[in-house]
Ligand binder design. Structure first.
Ligand code: R5P
Length: 277
């Protein structure tokens, strides 16, 4: 039985269809004091909880779903299409928590294993007290792209070049390259131009996540006279005015997956996740 979190209902339905497993009609409630409550109908021996932890509320809801599922199913598998707090994978200053570890420990208590999609760093999986399998769904982004002319697949920093290569390989043709990125703050990033020639070419920017949109919009500003600019990411968080930032930066289209359900979620990670279930 596939048990959806309220923020992952599209993906959960796609996964149920992919696996030919029943989809639980979970009820989500909220009390007057703001606390949430869920009700999971009785189901199979195995419950697969599918919930992106896109907010603190979604984290609490996931723990509730796991607990409800645990009281009915013999095995609980947790699919974290997008794991919130994963970018806080170290204590950046003395006295700070490793927030990704704290979240992973809490999630581990309610499940037998975890499957997560393109975690920000692989180390995140080590934080769980149960087996955690990372899956790479970046290749699916190639399905969303139109026919490209002389394409260049660019990552905004060296760390994401593997994703750009994965999308290029899935698309079948094109060059890859990356920018050098220096982050000054949450919203202030500096991108150093590289020597890749972008004049008259279709440029596909690839990253794991677009959060504030600062990284992508700054990267777009470095492109010299491209033909078209497509922005792709696995996790289209698109917080605050990120989508507008990208539009004003001159992007032709934004494509993401359904790990975070947004208007730009053009492709589903369901087939990739299903292979691990
Ligand atoms: C950082 O290393 C990540 O790969 C992303 O580039 C970053 O988190 C995106 O954040 P934002 O959209 O806020 O610049």
């Amino acid at each position: 039985m596939i048990v959806p979190g309220s923020a992952s209902q599209e993906l959960a339905a796609a996964l149920a269809s992919e696996l030919d497993e029943p989809l639980a009609a979970v009820e989500y409630d909220r009390f007057a004091d703001g606390e949430t409550l869920v009700r999971v109908p009785d189901g199979d021996d195995r419950a697969v909880v599918v919930a992106s932890t896109v907010s603190d509320t979604a984290h609490v809801e996931l723990l509730q779903l796991q607990d409800a599922a645990r009281s009915q199913a013999e095995e609980v598998v947790t699919v974290l299409p997008y794991m919130g707090y994963a970018r806080q994978d170290e204590a950046f200053e003395a006295g700070q928590p490793v927030s990704a570890r704290a979240m992973a420990r809490a999630i581990s208590t309610g499940t037998d294993r975890v499957v997560t999609v393109n975690p920000h760093e692989g180390v995140v999986c080590d934080f769980f007290d149960v087996p955690c399998t990372p899956v790479d769904a970046a290749g699916r982004l190639a399905e969303s792209l139109p026919e490209l002319v002389d394409p260049l697949f660019l990552s905004p920093d060296a760390g994401a070049i593997g994703l750009a290569e994965t999308v290029r390989n899935a698309y079948g043709v094109g060059e890859t390259d990356y920018f050098e990125k220096i982050r000054h703050s949450d919203t202030d990033v500096e991108i150093r131009p590289n020597d890749a020639d972008t004049t008259g070419r279709d440029v596909v920017l690839v990253d794991d996540i677009i959060a504030t949109g600062s990284t992508m919009s700054t990267a777009i500003a470095q492109l010299s006279d491209p033909s078209r600019v497509f922005v792709t990411c696995v996790h289209p968080m698109l917080a605050a005015n990120a989508r507008t930032k990208l539009a004003t930066a001159g992007v032709d289209a934004v494509y993401g997956t359904d790990t975070i359900e947004r208007a730009v979620s053009a492709v589903s990670v369901a087939p990739t996740v299903a292979e691990e279930l």
